[in-house]
Design a protein around this ligand. Structure first.
Ligand code: NAG
Ligand code: NAG
Ligand code: NAG
Ligand code: NAG
Ligand code: NAG
Ligand code: NAG
Ligand code: NAG
Ligand code: NAG
Length: 831
């Protein structure tokens, strides 16, 4: 039978700011009627509530261990006398971590010596012939699997003999962070006596079982200390010659860099300790290795090995060159962490390998000095090791559970209300009461990013493709925009730190002056890193084709050797965010803010409607709205953008991308991307502009953390003016504020269908500006327009143009930014 557990995890706000919050997060306290909080995580008792739907309890027994002292999780255990399953609804396809806690004990009713069973995940065996070995010793088994189906069914199957049973004390199933494994890159396969080959499988498609997780040079780390609730143990017992190694410890937190490791790959503590060569004992000879031997199951030949590095021993860059050996094969020669980590010291990095250990029963890892240089600085380090056995190569998607009925057990299909709880990063809880209408949808598995507009015409309706500003780049691509690397190196003084003006997920941004004296911003991806390559191409594809006053324009790009560089027009005043809060810049006036919002709205509106197919930005936020020297707003950062849905579709199915706090809850829930997702994000920006606070501020009280939700509360109460930026007090006319608040509120409607289009938003903002300027209500003509927004092509014919004309004449041309914004309205077809 299937016990179907469809929990939507309720995740309380942790006190840790940047804590990773998995989208799927099932924590089960098996056999328990109560919820148990362990390391700030709530494990739900599987007998706790009817919603957990133990369809039949008759074949399982909840057993108490009265003597359990170790963890409250182990005070109960569930015993299965016949095959039984838990079902977990999966919202986020891809890599998941699955942990089972087995805590056998002496019990008068059940002799755990009689436990012998298999555990399967969607039919794939994870454990076989497994059973209790030592009573009182808890065994935690961790697996990393890819789940590309809407349900993960975990089954416990006791062996056939009489009186044999299965048991489990706790289960964790949660989604891995993005980029936990990077697909599409070849991993080195280490074969003893043969050397290094390429491993052609994507690591994410493997079924992995964790064998060792080592904090080299450091202490034991418990789930409490780890970003993914892992346990790391010290390396000492694995060192072949203890005197060869000496512990190194950092005093500062690691310097995480884009393209390197993140806190989720391994926590700070792993990167802040290492073993280095112990030169005290071997005063003159620096030529030796540090070696560790890790026992592995003799049956499992293939292992995935992830090595963690962070140069906490060098005093300057490029001092440390060393070799990494696995099973006596040179796995990485002359490793230079300085160059791999984008010229930063103490910057975490990791290397992945697949190791064929044959039947040797162990994996030997050594680090030793490179013979590149005979300097006295010879050294070698290692910070962490993870070894996982590769169970098989099963593709979970093809094991298909499509036939199986999906039981949605909370969320009464017969019309009850379901409390869905959506967990956002930084411990933001979004609770939504919602009538659940259907089953979770299967999401298309193709999330390949940008589809070039020129090859993509999805409808026979010809009118939509006419009048488009998008032109195809021609057979040779975008060659006209290519800029030689040498020119950019010259213009940035060889990417000098002094001309750096920012950094982001993609890399660093530099200010530069090209040969023709144009001021530009040069955005350079981490050299050699293939991460971000799709975003890079998306950005070129989009920006080389569209030009609009309110979209940042691309001056050129460079893709030479391993460089990915984008060159943009220089935006003198930086991000909108920087003018709202943070560093002390003089606050913008309400009129300026409205004009900026209008400009940005116009840019987004153009994206949505300016081409046959439309473009969805996907990452609208205040840091992606830039201001030029005249405070003209321009939308930037198209890396996540994608072409909109075809006309006969209503949405694009996609993996959830975007920024927390701005993310459309419906997109998050159903992974269906429409241009209304941008409208939602823009609504958050509107409140940000009004209240001058970040979209997510974990430092605030719980109900205030998420700006969108909090502001909506005040707006609904009609008390929006209470939370506006103090600098705006007394500046905003009530009618303007009312219009603005209503507009933002509509943008944040739960359902995309209830949100206005960007065109509608634009008109309403203009209305708000007008109310601010002259305080008179607009003529009925405008109201009609407001109700029924024009499509992009219609803008010229809209009667409101005259109204704007009048305003312009009445006001005179005193305000240059206004008139420039205005000119865009009249001819909204780019330049
Ligand atoms: C356990 O937690 C779930 C979900 O948070 C909740 O619905 C349930 O009422 C809790 N049960 C008990 C006994 O506290
Ligand atoms: C279970 O097996 C262990 C040895 O493997 C033994 O010491 C213990 O007595 C057994 N328990 C019972 C209840 O038979
Ligand atoms: C389970 O049973 C199989 C054979 O039926 C045996 O080989 C295996 O060792 C048993 N496992 C345990 C943990 O007792
Ligand atoms: C690996 O992943 C990439 C990107 O998702 C995909 O294009 C490729 O086909 C995959 N390769 C294999 C062997 O599955
Ligand atoms: C890990 O967490 C424990 C508490 O569970 C704490 O005592 C210990 O100091 C932490 N270790 C590190 C290295 O932070
Ligand atoms: C040096 O080696 C000796 C014996 O080999 C050992 O006892 C001692 O601890 C080592 N010293 C250091 C600093 O490792
Ligand atoms: C380090 O180990 C590798 C592999 O076993 C070996 O080839 C190399 O000679 C060793 N280096 C030193 C300096 O001992
Ligand atoms: C080799 O060492 C010399 C000085 O000892 C130094 O100037 C040079 O940069 C080093 N080369 C490399 C590749 O480390």
């Amino acid at each position: 039978m299937i016990w179907f557990v469809y929990l939507t995890a309720l995740y309380c706000i942790g006190h840790l700011v940047a804590e990773f919050v998995p989208q799927d997060n099932y924590l089960i306290n098996c056999g328990s009627t109560i919820n148990t909080t362990v390391d700030n995580r709530v494990f739900i008792g599987d007998s706790a509530e009817p919603g957990l739907a133990l369809l039949s309890k008759s074949n399982s027994i909840s057993l108490r261990n009265p003597s359990s002292k170790s963890s409250p999780l182990y005070s109960t255990t569930r015993i299965f006398t016949t095959s039984s399953s838990y079902g977990f609804g999966i919202k986020k396809f891809g890599t998941h971590l699955v942990r089972f806690h087995f805590s056998p004990f002496s019990s008068p009713q059940f002799d755990f010596n009689n436990s012998n069973f298999s555990v399967l995940a969607n039919g794939v065996p994870l454990l076989s012939n497994f059973g209790a070995k030592d009573f009182g010793v808890t065994v935690v088994k961790e697996f990393i699997i890819k789940v590309d189906s809407v349900e993960l069914e975990v089954s416990f199957v006791p062996s056939k003999e009489q009186n044999i049973f299965a048991f489990v004390s706790a289960i964790e199933v949660f989604s891995a962070p993005i980029n936990f494994f990077v697909d599409g890159v070849s991993t080195s396969l280490i074969v003893p006596n043969k050397g290094v080959k390429g491993f052609s499988q994507n690591i994410s498609s493997l079924v992995l079982e964790t064998v060792h997780r080592i904090n080299v040079g450091g202490l034991k780390l418990t789930p409490f200390n780890d970003t993914l609730w892992r346990t790391w143990i010290p390396d000492e017992d694995f060192l072949v010659l203890k005197s060869a190694a000496k512990i190194a410890t950092a005093t500062h937190s690691p310097n995480y860099q884009p393209g390197g490791a993140s806190e989720e790959i391994a926590p700070d503590n792993v990167y802040m300790t290492a073993q280095q060569m112990n030169k005290d004992n071997v005063s003159t000879v620096y030529n030796f290795n540090i070696t560790w031997d890790f026992p592995v199951g003799p049956g499992d030949a293939l292992h995935f090995v992830r090595l963690h590095f962070c140069d906490i021993v060098s005093l300057a860059l490029n001092q440390l060159y060393f070799n990494v050996y696995i099973n006596d094969v040179v796995a990485y020669k002359d490793l230079d962490l300085s160059s791999l980590t984008f010229h930063a010291l103490a910057s975490p990095y990791y290397l992945d390998f697949v190791v064929d250990s044959g039947h040797s029963g162990s994996i030997r890892i050594s680090v030793g000095p490179s013979d590149l240089n005979n300097s006295l600085r010879k050294n070698a380090i290692l910070n962490g090791v993870e070894i996982m056995s590769i169970k098989n190569f099963v593709d979970f998607e093809s094991t298909g559970l499509k036939k199986r009925r999906i039981w949605i057990l909370i969320g009464s299909v017969i019309g009850g209300f379901v409390v869905l709880c959506f967990v956002l990063l930084a411990g933001v809880v979004v609770l939504r009461r919602r009538r659940e209408r259907g089953k979770p949808r299967r999401v298309g598995s193709t999330d390949t990013g940008w589809t070039p507009l020129r090859t993509y015409r999805c409808s026979s309706i010809g009118t939509m493709s006419e009048g488009t500003a998008l032109t195809s780049p021609g057979p040779n691509g975008y060659h006209g925009l290519k800029i030689p690397y040498a020119d950019l190196a010259l213009a940035t003084n060889n990417f000098d730190k002094d001309v750096m003006i920012g950094s982001g997920g993609f890399g660093m941004v530099y200010k530069a002056i090209l040969k023709d004296n144009t001021k530009v911003a040069v955005k350079r991806g981490v050299p050699g890193s293939r991460q971000g390559l799709p975003e890079f191409h998306t950005e070129i594809a989009i920006l080389s084709k569209i030009r609009h006053l309110h979209l940042v324009s691309l001056v050129g790009y460079c893709e030479e050797q391993s460089e990915m560089i984008l060159v943009y027009e220089y935006m003198e005043k930086g991000t909108l965010k920087s003018h709202l809060y943070g560093p002390k810049l003089s606050p913008l006036s309400w009129k300026q803010r409205l004009e900026i919002c209008i400009g940005a709205a116009r840019g987004i509106h153009y994206l949505h409607t300016g081409s046959a197919q439309g473009i969805i930005h996907r990452d609208i936020k205040s840091t992606n709205i830039l201001l030029d020297e005249n405070y003209i707003a321009k939308v930037a950062d198209f890396g996540l953008s994608r072409s909109g849905p075809c006309l006969n579709e209503t949405h694009v199915s996609t993996g959830v991308k975007g920024s927390f706090g701005y993310l459309d809850p419906e997109y998050f829930r159903r992974r269906q991307l429409t241009d209304k997702s941008d409208v939602y994000s823009f609504g958050v920006v509107l409140f940000e502009v009004l209240c001058a606070r970040p979209a997510v501020d974990p430092a605030l009280e719980r109900e205030q953390v998420n700006l969108g939700e909090w502001a909506i509360e005040w707006q609904k109460k009609g008390l929006l003016e209470q939370i506006i930026d103090p600098h705006l007090r007394g500046q905003i006319r009530p009618s303007s504020l009312k219009k603005f608040g209503e507009t933002a509120e509509k943008c944040l409607a739960d359902y995309a269908i209830d949100r206005p289009t960007m065109g509608d938003v634009l008109w309403n903002l203009e209305h708000a500006l007008q109310l601010q300027e002259n305080g008179t209500p607009p003529s009925p003509a405008v109201d009609n327009v407001t109700m029924e927004p024009p499509s992009a092509g219609d803008i010229h014919q809209v009667p409101a143009e005259n109204i704007w004309m009048e305003r312009e004449t009445a006001e005179g041309s005193s305000n240059i930014s206004t008139s420039r914004v205005f000119s865009q309205l009249i001819a909204n077809d780019g330049r």
